[in-house]
Design a protein around this ligand. Structure first.
Ligand code: NAD
Length: 350
């Protein structure tokens, strides 16, 4: 960056599926940032993305992109099994990294990435865009002001539908490559919200199953959570409910109840019987919603990430924050294998 008068963070987007387009759009909206390069194993996808942004070079592989002096930071939109290697390589090349959820395939990889970023003194951010949308921020403020009184129950219901076409991206159906099914790919957003809004989780009980015979990862997960503060939580998560319903996170207290509803790109928040508090267009991009190209939540996450680089501070959702869901999800899977309550360790206890 030396020698430039304008302090602009130049991004390389790696992985140019629809979510890569959302990242490029978010970068494009920030005056302190520019899309400088793109890369995808499928060269034509990278070319397609680059065509939309003047000056975005198409790199043939990761190393070429990482060695470029024109790249300050990378955003990674890749199958889960590639997160660790690509993120580590970028950190070792001295690039700041903003990576799509989950941080990595497992806790051990996640911890190693957090440590690598600390040592290299680069910023490591993770995209959990629902946390930062206005509706969720308003609810967080109300909870901090004790507006719902004593909380009794947290209820998470993710009843979505992902058809065979969705799992044609074969890594999504491969436990070794995706790290699991509905828990790690879809429900992770709502588990993250529960951790953010309520507290860390102390222990969990979970059962998973695979309803569709052609799938190798779970498409149904049922479970209970006991948060550190004693509050109990229930969850029903599936990608096999047809027709699907908006995903819901309800917080029941005395005297109030609140509901976060996520419906294909729209996050709303209801308090008691009142009208929705806020509508935040938050395009939830995946192969089943190809028409959506931008996301308010992603834009907010990118703005904070760019500011964190310029201000030499951690991003609001850094690697350590993202480790919380990895510990939680690993415990949910362990519980489902053992058929017993499992204590959640790591950052949940710190
Ligand atoms: N935050 C959200 O709401 C949200 C929504 C969708 C996906 N995601 C996350 O985005 C990531 C990508 O998921 P997806 O559904 O877009 O996957 P995808 O399979 O649709 O796209 C992955 C892209 O990576 C490319 N790729 C594969 N191997 C590569 C390699 N070795 N080098 C370079 N490029 C390679 C593929 O060609 C493809 O373009 C995942 O972490 C997923 O969880 C997040």
């Amino acid at each position: 960056m030396e020698g430039r008068t304008i302090k602009q963070i130049r991004f390389g987007v790696v992985g140019c599926s629809p979510i890569g387009f959302v990242h490029a759009d978010a970068i494009d909206q920030i005056s302190d940032a520019a899309l400088s390069g793109v890369m995808d194993a499928d060269y034509s996808r990278a070319e397609l993305l680059s065509n939309n942004y003047t000056g975005a070079n198409v790199y043939k592989d990761l190393q070429e992109l990482l060695q470029s002096p024109d790249i300050d930071a990378v955003s990674l939109c890749l199958p889960h099994h590639l997160h660790y290697d690509f993120c580590k390589a970028a950190i070792e090349a001295g690039k700041h990294v903003l990576i799509e959820k989950p941080l990595a395939l497992n806790v051990a990889q996640g911890e190693a990435l957090v440590e690598a970023a600390r040592k290299a003194d680069v910023r490591l951010g993770v995209v959990f865009q629902n946390r930062v949308v206005p509706a969720v921020q308003q609810l967080k403020e109300l909870l901090q002001a004790n507006a719902l009184g004593d909380i009794h129950l947290v209820d998470i219901r993710v009843k979505w539908y992902r058809d065979r076409e969705y799992y044609k991206a074969a890594w999504r159906a491969d436990p070794d490559k995706a790290g699991g099914g509905v828990l790690v790919t879809q429900a992770i957003h709502f588990l993250d919200l529960a951790l953010y809004l309520i507290d860390a989780v102390k222990e969990v009980f979970c059962a998973v199953s695979t309803i569709r015979p052609w799938l190798q990862v779970e498409d149904l997960a049922l479970g209970q959570l006991r948060f550190n503060n004693g509050i109990m939580g229930n969850m029903v998560c599936s990608t096999a409910i047809n027709p699907e319903e908006p995903a819901i996170l309800e917080i029941h207290g005395s005297p109030g109840s609140a509901r976060i509803q996520e419906n294909r790109g729209l996050v709303t928040f209801h308090l008691g019987n009142q009208q929705p508090y806020a509508d935040a267009p938050n395009a939830h991009q995946d192969a089943s919603v190809p028409s959506l190209v931008s996301s308010e939540g992603h834009s907010i996450v990118f703005k904070d990430f760019v500011a964190s680089i310029l201000e030499k501070r951690n991003p609001v959702i850094d690697g350590r924050e993202a480790l919380k869901t990895l510990y939680l999800i690993e415990s949910l899977y362990r519980s489902s294998k053992k058929g017993q309550w499992i204590e959640v360790g790591g950052v949940q206890k710190r």
